[in-house]
Design a binder for this molecule. Structure first.
Ligand code: DGL
Length: 284
């Protein structure tokens, strides 16, 4: 049980860049009264090409920054950072840390022929976490893991449907289709932004799985369990909407470590609403 973080305190959400906005969107939708702080580390993306030590250090520094902002929970909206740093963050943070992982379990349940494709960064593909998930939930399935270098960069540049992006997507996805995959896991939070382009390649019969919604639901469960949800007090099972009448406005605060206009514009474009982006202070 975590105590004394105050239920109107914000929730911190971070990613190597702007991909975590796909998770933030689901959190904001499910928990509209929660105050949220988002950190995109675009100046240091992609994490997938960095060493495990580097990813752990950046994840720790960003989480420390979020803790300084008074967050009551941290969501690691990045598969790569979860794989490398979630264990360490859970040891060092005195607020709940919610990670995310490729949707191997639901994919194993949904696949009809037992052939599952996973698109993720090289670091996630090589991670013990993915290996563990595969052994646990898909031992009797054929799991085809495909690293996708270059895709994170395309999303960071907000190139969601240009010839280069489509060429990369075809290169990574077609071999999985040729091997019979009937379920496709998007194991990186940047990839849901490529969904229309991916759907065009795979057609309508393939199940595509992402993790934004399940993570938002998991966050909600954890907030309730720890008595941290906005408007929820111990022994009170009314929803936050009952209590606020839907009038209370939540705050959304955005940071990016990059000062590059392109990253800021991409963030604004993907969020679909006018937002202000603050430059993340230098973290050591
Ligand atoms: N969004 C990150 C993930 O979910 C991308 C990692 C990267 O920057 O390579 O893995």
């Amino acid at each position: 049980m975590y105590i004394s973080h105050g239920d109107s305190c914000p929730i911190g959400v971070f990613d190597s860049g702007i991909g975590g906005l796909s998770v933030l969107k689901e959190i904001h939708q499910l928990l509209p009264h929660e105050n949220l702080i988002y950190v995109g580390d675009s100046a240091h993306a992609p994490y997938g090409d960095r060493s495990a030590k580097y990813v752990r250090e950046r994840s720790q520094a960003i989480s420390d920054f979020l803790l300084d902002q008074g967050v009551k929970a941290i969501v690691v909206a990045c598969n790569t950072a979860t794989a490398e740093a979630a264990t360490q963050l859970r040891e060092t943070m005195d607020v709940p840390v919610i990670g995310l992982e490729p949707a191997v379990k639901p994919a194993a349940q949904l696949s009809k022929n037992g052939i599952i494709g996973v698109l993720a960064t090289q670091r996630t593909i090589d991670s013990e976490r993915l290996l563990g998930l595969t052994e646990r939930y898909a031992k009797d399935k054929k799991v085809l893991a495909q690293a996708c270098p270059g895709l994170v960069e395309q999303v960071e540049a907000c190139e969601l449907n240009n010839p280069e992006t489509n060429k990369l997507l075809k290169k990574y996805i077609e071999p999985l289709l040729e091997q019979g995959a009937d379920a496709l896991i998007l194991g990186c939070t940047h990839y849901p932004f490529l969904l229309p382009a991916i759907r065009k390649i795979v057609g309508s019969d393939i199940e595509i799985l992402e993790t934004g919604k399940p993570v938002a639901e998991q966050l909600k469960r954890i907030l309730i369990q720890n008595d941290l949800e906005v408007g929820i007090k111990s022994g009170d099972n009314k929803t936050s909407e009952d209590k606020t009448g839907g009038n209370k406005k939540s705050t959304l605060t955005f940071y990016n470590s990059s000062n590059d206009k392109q990253h800021h514009n991409a963030m604004k474009k993907l969020w679909h609403k006018p937002i202000e982006i603050n430059l993340l202070p230098k973290l050591d």
